[in-house]
Design a binder for this molecule. Structure first.
Ligand SMILES: C[S@@+](CC[C@H](N)C(=O)[O-])C[C@H]1O[C@@H](n2cnc3c(N)ncnc32)[C@H](O)[C@@H]1O
Length: 732
């Protein structure tokens, strides 16, 4: 087929044009003439052809103006069945549903697009958004029967209309024997009766190797159907095991549990009579797989073959195993993790923290016991952390939210899609996710919260709200950040941790979060008493209080009320602006120096500028608090004095650097003392301690030097999550 030169890809929607459409779409509600069937089909064919030729743009995932998912069941009598001729422009009725049949091979890129027909033979374009789908293993191959709830004609940016499905629960794939399916469509595709179980298994395995996971599931199911007529326990165990493994890959843990449970029951029924634990039934096995513990009260695992035991362990780790000891082999975990291997088989440790109402911050996380500086407060495996190669352009995508005009780059867009997929296929995991802060979205949109609701619907707009308010940005391993060249801006991943989502923000935190692959560690940066709220920094604080409050307001809709914000906020506007002006001037001088190279005279000039800013901080007011406008200048001066080998000045400015983070260091009577340790612990602080250790050693104060290094080691662990690379980092 020749693609005409004038061809325009109207399947990849330009967000700017859609944004304009959103603004003008309000007057709608009329019936609309659709394109002809022939035109739709030829247009579709061209798009599929173009896609198969490669040359793919960045994926634009688009969330339109929010609407609530339909809550009626398609099987309910109140759910009115309508046809394509009944659809109205930009107007949806939550009690309606349309039955459709896909008559094309789908186009799968930013979304899944196909041409469908209804019972009357009318045709239309259907776009399914927000679901993981692939051309090699499409969710809706040609011939698929679908029911779409609350359908409406949605305007396309380049003219024309389509039915657009955003909420996964508004779409149901129908089996051909479903009573809703019109009789004309019931010409059931006969299962190939000539195939025996071995043939189905083989075909399933081949599909699996070609990454056609859904096809593999279908083959294994056909194999199991064959076994109903020709029973074989060994084959049944094998097929259930394979299905369970495929479901894990597809993130369908609820289904994987059912399959594994069937495999285990079949296994026990194949053994001589008393081998099976007494009260074994599907419920008991499911309970064991979901008990979040290594405990096995019914002693199921012991007599399982290796394959089933491994699957059980995989599922248990994916659902989270909770341990009561904070013991982790950090070097080993760290050595497993790489750009494509984020998954770590490690247990969660959360029992010494609890979530409860905090004062003025909504819910928060609280200490249930005392923690010492450096202690692990909690550790948790990710709910979702998408794996992809950061340099790989084929995973480039953006998520446009037309409702609030925001756009999330690749890390957020991929996290959103994987969250929607995981929630869609695992109703059992929805409650914990949807309990999180959605910024009031659901209530504001009139959705009644029903605690007993059996199946919480997956509202994609709500998922996105929760993602934005609760996700973390992270490197593959926190220690990787220490090895980045200065001023480099590496792309960070976006991941989701449920327990950690309850930690509130403070610019003066008492904990620091780190990541090794998909495990999150939170450590105490100072001693914390039982009952205290655990706080970390959502973002490192800007020097300018207005800017930092603006950032917190913009993303999280609150203003920080920590002591630093209180004190910074009490400085007059003129005073703050003078600080900023001097800071900017000093920064420009440092930049100019960078071009010429550093001399002692030049460093002294910067030190004068430093003192000018320092004079603007009232030491009584800022006692024990960070002086953020002095952090970068003191950092520069510490390195500069070290560069010209002036030990005393290096130590003086290293101490000042720590002071500017709110950490007072005294080295009197041959002892290191860290006073008022309420400040901010980060890599610069660790480096400052290392320089102090180096300086004291060169002066023969071995003991203080060793004490500085000891504190530096604890801080290194706090900020990277492990000891990996510590001795190299602290070497001098
Ligand atoms: C990641 S959630 C933290 C848990 C949340 N408090 C809850 O009840 O689920 C982020 C939200 O918590 C609230 N929050 C966090 N830190 C806060 C603070 N320092 N002051 C006021 N609200 C805060 C804000 O509403 C923010 O959008």
């Amino acid at each position: 087929m020749i693609v005409p030169k004038s061809f325009k890809n109207t399947y990849e929607e330009p967000p700017d044009r859609l944004r304009d459409l959103v603004k003008t779409a309000l007057e709608d509600g009329e019936l609309q003439q659709n394109s002809s069937r022939d035109r739709l089909l030829s247009d579709h064919e061209l798009h599929v052809k173009l896609l198969s030729q490669g040359n793919l743009p960045t994926k634009n995932m688009i969330l339109p103006v929010p609407y609530i998912p339909s809550r009626v069941s398609i099987q309910d009598a109140i759910c009115r069945k309508i046809h394509l001729v009944d659809l109205k422009v930009e107007s949806r009725d939550a009690d309606t549903c349309i039955l459709l049949r896909n008559i094309t091979s789908p186009y799968i890129y930013s979304s899944t697009i196909m041409v469908v027909e209804d019972k009357n033979g009318d045709a239309a374009r259907l776009t399914i958004s927000n679901l993981e789908d692939t051309m090699v293993d499409p969710i809706t191959p040609e011939g698929t029967l679908l029911a779409v709830k609350q359908p409406c004609w949605t305007r396309l940016a380049d003219g024309g209309y389509h039915i657009r499905v955003d909420h996964p629960s508004d779409l149901t794939l129908l089996r051909s024997d479903d009573k809703l399916v019109p009789s004309a469509w019931r010409a059931v595709k006969e299962v190939d009766k000539s195939k025996n179980v071995t043939a189905w298994k083989k075909e399933g395995d081949m599909s699996f190797l070609k990454k056609q996971f859904r096809k593999a599931l279908e083959c294994y199911e056909n194999g199991l159907a064959y076994l109903e007529m020709h029973p074989s326990l060994t084959s049944a165990i094998d097929l259930y095991r394979k299905k369970s493994g495929v479901n894990i890959i597809l993130l369908r843990l609820d289904d994987a549990i059912k399959d594994l449970s069937s495999a285990i029951l079949t296994h026990f029924s194949s053994l001589p009579a008393p081998s099976s634990p007494e009260t074994l039934n599907p419920g008991a096995i499911e309970e064991w797989l979901r008990n979040h513990s290594t405990e096995d009260p019914l002693n199921i695992a012991t007599s399982l073959p290796k394959g089933l035991k491994e699957l059980a362990a995989r599922i248990k780790f994916d659902l989270g195993i909770y341990s009561d000891t904070p013991t982790y082999d950090l070097s080993l975990i760290s050595s497993y993790v790489g750009p494509l291997t984020l998954h770590v088989d490690a247990a969660n440790y959360t029992l010494n923290t609890e979530v409860r109402q905090s004062e003025g911050h909504g819910r928060g996380m609280f200490a249930k016991r005392d923690f010492k500086v450096g202690d692990l407060i909690c550790a948790e495996k990710a709910f979702v952390l998408p794996g992809y190669l950061i340099q790989d352009p084929s995973s480039d995508c953006l998520l446009y939210n037309l409702g609030d005009g925001t756009a999330a780059p690749r890390p957020g867009a991929l996290l959103f899609k994987e969250l929607v997929t995981k929630l869609k296929y695992n109703p059992s995991l929805r409650k914990a996710f949807f309990d999180l802060d959605d910024g009031g979205y659901w209530v504001e949109n009139g959705y009644e919260i029903n605690e007993d609701e059996e199946e919480i619907p997956v509202d994609v707009f709500r998922v996105e709200k929760i993602r934005r308010l609760n996700c973390f940005s992270l490197p593959t391993r926190s220690s990787d950040l220490l090895h980045q060249p200065p001023n480099s801006n590496p792309e960070l991943r976006n991941g989701f941790w449920i327990h950690a989502s309850y930690v509130n923000h403070s610019c003066l935190p008492n904990s620091v979060r780190t990541f090794i692959g998909d495990i999150h560690f939170l450590r105490a940066t100072r001693d914390i008493a039982a009952g205290e709220e655990i706080l970390h920094q959502y973002i490192s604080p800007d020097i300018d209080i207005e800017e930092r409050q603006e950032k917190l307001r913009g993303t999280w809709r609150f203003e920080c009320d920590c002591t630093l914000c209180e004190v910074d906020g009490a400085v007059s506007r003129d005073g703050r602006q003078l600080r900023l002006k001097l800071f900017e001037e000093l920064k420009a001088s440092v930049m100019r120096l960078g071009e010429k190279g550093t001399t002692v005279t030049a460093v002294k000039k910067i030190a004068r500028g430093y003192r000018q800013i320092e004079a603007l901080y009232d030491e009584d007011v800022y006692k024990g608090l960070p002086r953020l406008a002095l952090v970068h200048p003191s950092l520069f001066l510490t390195e500069a004095w070290r560069g010209v080998k002036n030990v005393d000045k290096t130590m003086e400015y290293a101490r000042k650097l720590l002071r500017n983070f709110g950490i007072l260091v005294k080295t009197e009577d041959g002892k290191l003392e860290i006073e008022d340790n309420a400040g901010i612990i980060n890599v610069e602080g660790v480096r400052a301690l290392k320089y102090l250790a180096e300086g004291h050693k060169s002066k023969g104060d071995e003991e203080i030097s060793a004490q500085c290094l000891e504190v530096a080691r604890t801080w290194y662990l706090i900020i990277t999550g492990s000891e990996v690379g510590m001795s190299d980092f602290l070497k001098f």
